[in-house]
Design a protein around this ligand. Structure first.
Ligand code: SAH
Length: 254
């Protein structure tokens, strides 16, 4: 028996953002693994087994999915958004690197998805229209001083910054500290986008400035986009302002 593992991105939530390739990978699987709320979003067909797990158990979830595939099953391991962005694809690679040689012979593929920052950006305009970077604010897997250094460097280098994992019950102060850090380098008027649960029924999008950004407005389901000094707002009639970063920076012209 030859098993297979597909690491599948479900997109941020809206079913229309699930790619046809992801749908096919889910339909083809005998066994589905993933964080319980994400797994609940995958349509289930007869004969499929679901193996929901807790948020924190990424390593053991990846191992179980690999073991099940190595035993001959067709397995889908699901991630919200894109599996390669702060998610399961890297956890699977870690396990393959550390695991038995047989796992390196497995048929394993990554199915990309729309990552949260792209969905949030699309809601407000084009804040990622020029150079940007993405940072996870979680200090579960890296020390806080590393995060501070990266925030400083990104702001000083003029990148727009997408912030994943801005806050959680176990990490209540980090976002306020990040804003403090960024205020050292960026104008008070720098646009900040809060995109919460984008693509889900409880979606909220708000645009504020770095001076007034309130960490209390973010939760675990929020993605933030902090503009660069070039990012601007275009007021519109009857519509929310556009937030965008022009394609040209410095002295370059279009
Ligand atoms: N692989 C995911 C990211 C996982 S990290 C992706 O590519 O989107 C989890 C973080 O992603 C959350 O804390 C939040 O910052 C962001 N996120 C995931 N889904 C989101 C959504 N629907 N709306 C806004 N942010 C989201």
């Amino acid at each position: 028996m030859s098993g297979r593992l597909a690491v599948v991105g479900l997109g941020p939530g809206d079913a229309r953002w699930l790619t046809p390739e992801a749908q096919a990978a889910l339909a083809a699987a005998d066994a589905l693994f993933g964080y319980a709320p994400y797994l609940a979003r995958a349509p289930l067909r007869d004969g499929q087994r679901r193996h929901p797990s807790d948020n924190r158990e990424e390593g053991s979830r990846a191992r179980e999915a690999l073991e099940t595939a190595a035993a001959g099953a067709s397995v889908a391991l699901v991630s919200g958004g894109d599996p390669g962005v702060f998610a399961m694809a890297a956890a699977v690679c870690e396990q393959i690197e550390q695991g038995p040689p047989a796992w390196r012979a497995l048929d394993m593929g990554i199915v990309p998805g729309i990552t949260a920052m792209l969905a949030v950006a699309a809601r407000v305009g084009a804040p990622l229209g020029h150079d940007f970077c993405a940072l996870s604010l979680s200090d579960n897997l890296k020390p806080w001083p590393v995060i501070e250094r990266r925030l400083d460097a990104a702001a000083q280098a003029g990148f727009v910054i997408a912030l994943y994992n801005p806050i959680s019950q176990g990490r209540p102060w980090q976002l306020a500290a990040a804003f403090e850090r960024l205020r050292r380098y960026l104008p008070a008027t720098t646009p900040v986008v809060f995109g919460r649960a984008v693509g889900r029924p409880d979606e909220t999008i708000s645009v504020t400035t770095l001076a007034t950004a309130d960490p209390a407005d973010a939760d675990m389901a929020t993605l933030l986009i902090v503009g660069s000094a070039e990012t601007r707002l275009v007021p519109r009639l009857h519509h929310a302002p556009l937030v965008y970063t022009p394609r040209a920076a410095g002295s370059a012209t279009t």
